[in-house]
Write a protein that binds this ligand. Structure first.
Ligand code: IYR
Length: 224
């Protein structure tokens, strides 16, 4: 078997002066620090073009052996959103009533979440992210993917940042178990549901818990 290499081309890094770089880093932090998970959405529509661009941004994430082992299923169909909501709430009800530990429920209590997920119908778009454990070639043979969860997690981080940058809001919803999404979206056996992101405008006068982020001293150790 001949192993082909990509052609290599010059890379032009973004070029800033040291001062500009400091300003860029500071401004980006300030901008990202404004992002919050929002659970109440407006019905206001969002154009398909915006969603296409945030997905293209997500797909720029690095991935194991550049396999891009993700599929973004994009749902705006109201009947399908309703089905997703009903199935998610059924699982969430079970989880909140019986499956989550007392400790878990206590940890979530300050956030005010519960089994009800109206945002699954209200948000104009749902992006359901699937991770591809492996690829199926047209001849039916399997081809491996690598660091699949890491890669898809990175893509989701890029996606959330792009949604924030567009001026929209989202939240990382993880109904558990998530296999109802495989069925409802008719995905193949090599795809596993990873994360569900409702996307849209925040509801008017939405409130979020007054969380504090850990200071740098708590999240970093320096070995200079
Ligand atoms: N999947 C549930 C529970 C939940 C779990 C964690 I960890 C959160 O940070 C938030 C919620 C839900 O979506 O409500």
């Amino acid at each position: 078997m001949t192993i082909k290499s990509y052609p290599f081309v010059p890379y032009m890094p973004v070029s800033y002066s040291e001062e500009e770089m400091e300003e860029q880093a500071r401004q980006f932090y300030t901008f990202m620090d404004r992002r919050r998970s929002v659970r109440q959405f407006s019905h206001k529509p969002v154009s398909r073009e915006i969603i296409e661009n945030v997905l293209l941004t997500a797909s720029t994430a690095p991935s194991g052996a550049h396999k891009q082992p993700w599929t973004f299923c994009v749902v705006s169909n109201p009947a399908l959103k309703k089905q997703i909501r009903e199935a998610a709430e059924k699982e969430e009800y079970e989880s909140y009533q019986h499956r989550m530990s007392q400790e878990w429920l206590e940890d979530l209590a300050p956030l005010g979440t519960d089994w009800q997920k109206p945002f699954l119908e209200v948000a104009p778009w749902l992006i359901v992210v699937f991770k591809k454990a492996y690829e199926r070639k047209p001849d039916g043979s399997k081809r491996n993917n690598y660091y699949v969860s890491e890669s898809v997690g990175l893509a989701c981080g890029f996606l959330i940042s792009a949604i924030h940058q567009a001026g929209l809001v989202t939240l990382t919803h993880t109904p558990s178990p998530m296999n109802f999404l495989t069925k409802l979206l008719a995905r193949l056996e090599n795809e596993r549901p990873f994360l569900l992101l409702p996307v849209g405008y925040a509801a008017d006068e939405v409130q979020v818990p007054d969380l504090q982020r850990k200071p740098l001293e708590e999240v970093s150790e320096w070995y200079t």
